[in-house]
Design a protein around this ligand. Structure first.
Ligand code: SF4
Length: 337
């Protein structure tokens, strides 16, 4: 039996053909299972023999919601998976809509020093249906229309690229969540070969790269992935992505007091990004109990911001969402905006 929420529209059509059904039945099935009140397979408005056949192949799965922490700006959800693992997602509440920060793995192996989520080693990748069902469950529980997705929760999404691409395909289905590609952002710590693979996949999501330091020696200390993929290689891959997909790249930069927040770092960062179709998103560090790091003081963040501005680098400072519900997703909660 297969969870139907793990199959794309195109793959469902192929499956229907394979079992001797008209592929056009997908146009009845998909809108029904992704409607705001989803229909179970057995209740689809199809011939009885067809629903019986489909019921022997597919089921409509559901995540069990164990806990919801709510605040004015964000709600954090804890879901139980079928195998006893748990996963977190965050609903970020903006003036312009509701954005879900989706997790892609149980735990993470990337070991970023500032990340609480990364302390739990990766147990496994999430399946496509486990990602889709994060959206379904949050839409059902919150009653909100989801208008954007940040693939920035726990895990490194590009380690699970095949499932993530199918998930994006499903999220974009027009009679389902109908989320436009420009409202879907994927954040990576910089898996260089996978950035090229994503660039060539014809799925031009917004790409955010967690940079957090402008040179290898410093970046290695806070992001061990730098030992494998050097900062210059990450920048080259980002340029390729930007040019291939005509997209502006976001470089995430978390402000860590006395670590990466000097004017010199800002100068080096400016040099690295000069001429790129990119901007820097400065993130206030959300102190979730990790005593090794503190957020830079406001004046230091402003000083860093000014250096980037003077050097002609696009820079934003996002308000911190979700701190009160400890909405610390993998790439930091403040990214989920
Ligand atoms: S920041 Fe992201 S990539 Fe780094 S350890 Fe945390 S979850 Fe993994």
């Amino acid at each position: 039996m297969t969870d139907i929420y793990g199959i794309t529209y195109g793959k469902l059509k192929a499956k229907l053909t394979e079992i001797g059904e008209k592929p056009s039945r997908a146009d009845i099935i998909f809108p029904a299972i992704y409607s705001e009140t989803p229909t179970a397979i057995a209740e689809l408005t199809l011939k009885k023999e067809t629903t019986e056949k489909l019921s022997g192949i597919f089921y409509t799965g559901e995540l069990e919601c164990m806990k919801v922490l709510t605040s004015e700006t964000a709600d954090k959800y804890l879901f139980a998976l079928g195998d006893g693992n748990t996963v977190e997602s965050v609903l970020m509440k903006h003036e312009f809509g509701y954005n879900v920060c989706v997790s892609t793995q149980v735990g993470c192996n990337m070991g970023c020093a500032f990340c609480m989520s990364g302390k739990l080693k990766k147990r496994r990748d999430l399946t496509v249906s486990e990602m889709t069902e994060q959206l379904l469950a949050i839409r059902r529980i919150s009653g909100k229309k989801i208008t954007g997705i940040s693939i920035m929760g726990i895990g490194e999404p590009l380690e699970n690229i095949s499932n993530v691409l199918d998930f994006v395909d499903i999220a974009m289905y027009p009679k389902g969540f109908d989320i436009g590609i420009k409202h879907i952002t994927l954040s990576t710590c910089g898996l260089v070969p996978k950035i090229y693979e994503l660039a060539d996949s014809r799925t031009p999501v917004n790409l955010a790269i967690s940079l957090h330091a402008p040179y290898d020696e410093l970046r290695e200390k806070i992001m061990p992935v730098t030992k494998k993929y050097r900062t210059a290689e990450v920048i080259e891959a980002a340029k390729y992505y930007s040019e291939k997909n005509n997209r502006r790249i976001t470089f995430e930069y978390v402000m860590l007091d006395g670590v990466n927040d000097s004017d010199e770092c800002a100068q080096q960062l400016s040099g690295l990004l000069k001429g790129m179709n990119a901007y820097v998103n400065l993130i206030r560090y959300n102190d979730t109990g990790n005593t090794a790091f503190r957020c830079s003081p406001h004046e230091r963040i402003m000083g860093f911001y000014d250096v980037l501005k003077k050097n002609g680098i696009g820079v934003t400072m996002r308000r911190e969402l979700g701190a009160s519900v400890n909405a610390a997703c993998g790439q930091l909660s403040a990214n989920c905006q």
